[in-house]
Design a protein around this ligand. Sequence first.
Ligand SMILES: Cc1ncc(COP(=O)(O)O)c(C=O)c1O
Length: 382
Amino acid sequence: MVSRRFIGVEPSLIRRYFEVVSYGKDVIDLTIGQPFFEPPREVIEEYVRVLKSGGHRYGPNAGLFELRDAICRMYVEDWGLNYDPRFECTIVCGASEGILCSLLAVVEEGDRVLVPDPGYVQYRYAVKIVGGKPTFYHLKFERGFQPDIEELKNLASKFRPKAIILNSPCNPTSTIIRSEVLKAICDIAVDYGMTIISDEVYDRIVYNGYKHISPAKYAYDNTIIVNSFSKAFAMAGFRVGFVLAPKHLMNAIYLAHCYNTNCAGKPEQYAAIKAIEVRKTFLSRIIEWYEERRSIVLNILGKLKDRFIPPEGAFYIFLRVDDIFDSSIKFVDSLIEKVKVACVPGKAFGEYADKFVRISFSTDIKSLKEGLSRIVSFVENI
Ligand SMILES: Cc1ncc(COP(=O)(O)O)c(C=O)c1O
């Protein structure tokens, strides 16, 4: 008998559509949740160098000290946040492992955890797997996908949740939580003793003067930051991520990681140090690439502009389609069948999210233009 914790846990719908695209050769793929470009050249060179010179051995459980130190120095310099590399940083195998270890560290059997809907697929299932109960707060289109403070206050006082998961910039909505909203959420977390698990994997991909702010700025003692090299540095396959948290939270996260994966790979950790070293020039280049794609999207989807909020960060359009089909899966299946373009049904991101589909613009410009034009004609001719 498998554990009851897996009742209702399902494979990600995103993967199902990823497979449709892999097998259906002439389908334009706008499902992609990872960067379209290569990692920095220095990263690959360092990976190969380390692999050839002893990199096949185990490293320390918490991760290489040199990498933890580089991350903590980067956080002071770029975000003004201070963490001690000895006790307040653990290197994990991608943000995915960081999220699971953070939940394992704070959630006890039956505890409520506030999870966004729409929200990244892993959250609600990871909460269930650690024995918690996902309790949804809604990011409504009419509110620009901003969390509703009144709703959060009500949920906090009714259920006394152990933790809240935040994700800004957000997958799938591509919006950024406004600083005053973030501050109010942090106040609720402090008042009710909730831990904030802040998934910041898109922190570097922001547009038009929007700014990423970590909740650690307003509620340092309550916040666990989870981040990785997957999105900003196109290193998704390297599986290197990190968790930053004050010492009183970090010890349990560290132990969860030790008895889960032991340690992250060594060559990829040295490669991550290189990514940090070259970040300034590399990140300004990728933002230009994303901005170019974002303007193409806004231009081609102009006729559908009432159906989405222009991306503030990340690289997705979350298009409202509930007046066209009563399910996002039907929309995407029909889109693939009629015009051979694949995107991800909102259903993958929650129940409210079922009103939308997620279109990724992290792809080559030719496919992007053709794919978007086909979506516009599909919607207009339905
Ligand atoms: C919001 C969000 N968090 C976490 C992850 C997983 O990141 P990683 O590759 O670092 O495990 C993703 C990947 O798509 C994501 O979109």
